[in-house]
Design a protein around this ligand. Structure first.
Ligand code: MG
Length: 168
């Protein structure tokens, strides 16, 4: 029996950030501004969902992690939108001959309520990854009050990405 199948690869990413100072503004997750919780602490905008997606994409093709991307510690990107890291990861992925197939994400957070913002996060992620919204999934869960996430101290995100050889 032939085992010839189109080659695909899979990567995973995990990230967690604590909630930052309320003065820094509202939470940004998946590139979407979400009221009801403070922005996550971090050098950039603390967008743990985009950071997890970046690590999943890079991991799928063995290109390291977000720390390998130029600019992650660059003062110019202090407070910057994490979309620049997604763009950078996509450029690396494509330069290596790969393109995203689909992405599935889980956000673990006790607060704020994310379900009303899920469609916007899917749209934003799909736009950033140049994928149809049908190829992007964002799920949300709590930890039932357990641990640091359950105590509402921050947000953790997991992402899995499938990548295909880029056409051409
Ligand atoms: Mg991060």
């Amino acid at each position: 029996m032939s085992s010839a199948r189109p080659p695909v690869r899979i990567g995973q990413g995990v990230d967690a950030h604590r909630f930052g100072d309320a003065a820094a503004g509202p939470l940004v997750l998946g590139g979407v501004t979400i009221p009801g919780a403070p922005r996550l602490a971090g050098h950039s905008d603390g967008d743990a969902l985009l950071h997890a997606v970046v690590d999943a994409l890079l991991g799928a093709v063995g290109l390291g992690d977000i720390g390998a991307l130029a600019g992650v510690d660059d003062p110019r990107y202090a407070g910057a939108g994490s979309r620049v890291f997604v763009d950078s990861a996509l450029r690396r992925l494509r330069a290596a001959g790969w393109t995203p197939g689909n992405v599935d994400c889980t956000v673990m957070a006790e607060r704020p309520r994310l379900t009303p913002h899920r469609a916007a996060m899917v749209e934003a992620l799909a736009g950033a990854l140049d994928l149809p919204t049908s190829a992007v999934s964002v799920k949300a869960t709590t930890t039932d009050g357990l641990g640091l996430i359950g105590a509402g101290e921050g947000v953790a995100c997991l992402a899995v990405a499938l990548v295909h050889p880029a056409p051409g």
